[in-house]
Design a protein around this ligand. Structure first.
Ligand code: NAD
Length: 372
């Protein structure tokens, strides 16, 4: 927050459709400032290919420092064919990875919500996914993707052995569990913890520590435990049983993509990544759509802006304490979809195909009606 109590937001539109969809976010922020008294101190920066072209690196130290000083970062998308040939260390994606690493974002939040109007976009039967609203909380900075020892070694007989190590500490598990319980407290008050305690010691520890956090700090939230393979199955069999699922880095990688597919529409999926709370209880936070820079449609004005608009809603709820405004946006999205508006990616027979801009305008009109 700044001296007069305004939240600080850094906007990084990025590449491809990033700036196009972010254009609609700017208009919604403007609406929130004028009509709902939201006061923000906003700065804008470059990330990814845009930063490579202008600054020679995918994220400058200055932008990184800014990201560390604000209450939240809202990012569009990075990458594109123009920068594909660069060495790995110089690619646009490095900018995003640097943000995640230096902001120490250990909790990845991926909601999977099925809007009634898009129930047919899911590959699953409508009666299975109707009304779906679940949240996957994935541990993002530990586990088998980072554990040591790791590598590929050559054995005495000339064959090779690949090694990765699944490792979690008490504190790593407790802090992600707390994020899940805190979220559940604002939702349907149910957490399901997924691990493989039947075959992994790290899974036994995971289960015990999540249970400990529950018993000591959140006894009023319902906690269940599930093996991760069963959880994968239950997600397609009966996803409505879940409210918040908390799981490790590897299982979360897989389960969150599976949950995303339940909704069937990439252009609709927001996400948040959160860091540790500071002394004042606030967490570093990065909000971004799940989709990439969609170079195949960039510049055509047809991208779906709803994933980044819903990312803004998450930012309002989790970083700016503006749950009412978050709900307003989510309700506006629902109403516009119910009214038959579709960007090309969501197109169904008998619906009105609209551009990025018209979709943004329709959301503004729905906001006017609901909360003006
Ligand atoms: P993508 O998500 O960009 O696109 C996949 C498909 O979905 C494309 O056909 C695209 O047109 C469509 N699509 C995605 N978002 C859409 C939207 N909002 N509206 C309408 N259609 C949409 O994934 P990709 O094609 O694998 O990757 C393209 C580039 O994006 C690559 O350079 C990749 O590295 C990068 N990428 C970035 C991120 C990120 O910034 N977080 C994530 C994934 C991919």
């Amino acid at each position: 927050m700044d001296m007069v109590g305004r939240f600080k937001l850094l906007v990084l539109p990025g590449d491809g459709i990033g700036p196009e969809v972010m254009g609609e976010v700017w208009r919604i922020i403007d609406w929130l400032e004028k009509r709902r008294g939201l006061q923000l101190e906003i700065s804008e920066g470059r990330v990814g290919g845009a930063a490579i072209d202008a600054d020679g690196v995918p994220l400058t130290d200055g932008t990184m420092a800014q990201a560390l000083s604000v209450d939240a970062v809202l990012l569009g998308a990075v990458g594109g064919p123009k920068w594909d040939r660069l060495p790995f260390a110089q690619k646009p994606e490095r900018g995003l990875l640097r943000l995640r690493k230096e902001m120490a974002l250990f909790a990845n939040l991926r909601p999977a919500i099925v809007f009634e109007a898009l129930v047919d976009a899911s590959p699953l039967k409508s009666d299975i996914i109707r009304g779906l609203d679940l949240m996957i909380v994935r541990e993002l900075t530990g586990g088998v993707y980072f554990g040591e020892p790791r590598g590929i070694e050559t054995l005495a007989d000339g064959s090779r052995r690949g090694i990765n190590t699944q490792v979690y500490t008490t504190e790593e598990i407790r802090r992600i569990a707390r994020v899940a319980f805190e979220l559940a407290a604002k939702r349907q008050r149910r957490v399901c913890s997924a691990e493989k305690s039947n075959v992994m010691e790290s899974g036994v520890l995971w289960r015990e520590e999540v249970q400990w956090v529950h018993d000591q700090e959140f006894p009023d939230i319902e906690l269940t435990h599930m093996y991760a393979d069963n959880c994968a199955m239950q997600l397609v069999r009966n996803p409505g049983q879940f409210d918040v699922i908390v799981t490790d880095n590897l299982f979360g990688d897989i389960l969150s993509d599976e949950a995303a597919m339940l909704t069937g529409s990439l252009g609709m999926l927001p996400s948040a990544s959160l860091g540790a709370p500071a002394a004042d209880g606030r967490r570093r936070a990065l909000y971004e759509p799940v989709h990439g820079s969609a170079p195949d449609i960039a510049g055509k004005g047809i991208a779906n802006p709803l994933a980044v608009i819903l990312s803004l809603a998450m930012c309002l709820r989790y970083s700016f304490d503006r749950g009412a405004e978050a709900l307003l946006i989510e309700t506006a999205v629902r109403q516009v979809l119910d009214g038959g508006m579709r960007t090309a990616d969501l197109m169904q027979p008998g619906r009105a195909r609209v551009s990025t801009r018209v979709m943004g305008e329709s959301i503004l009109r729905a906001l006017d009606k609901a909360g003006g």
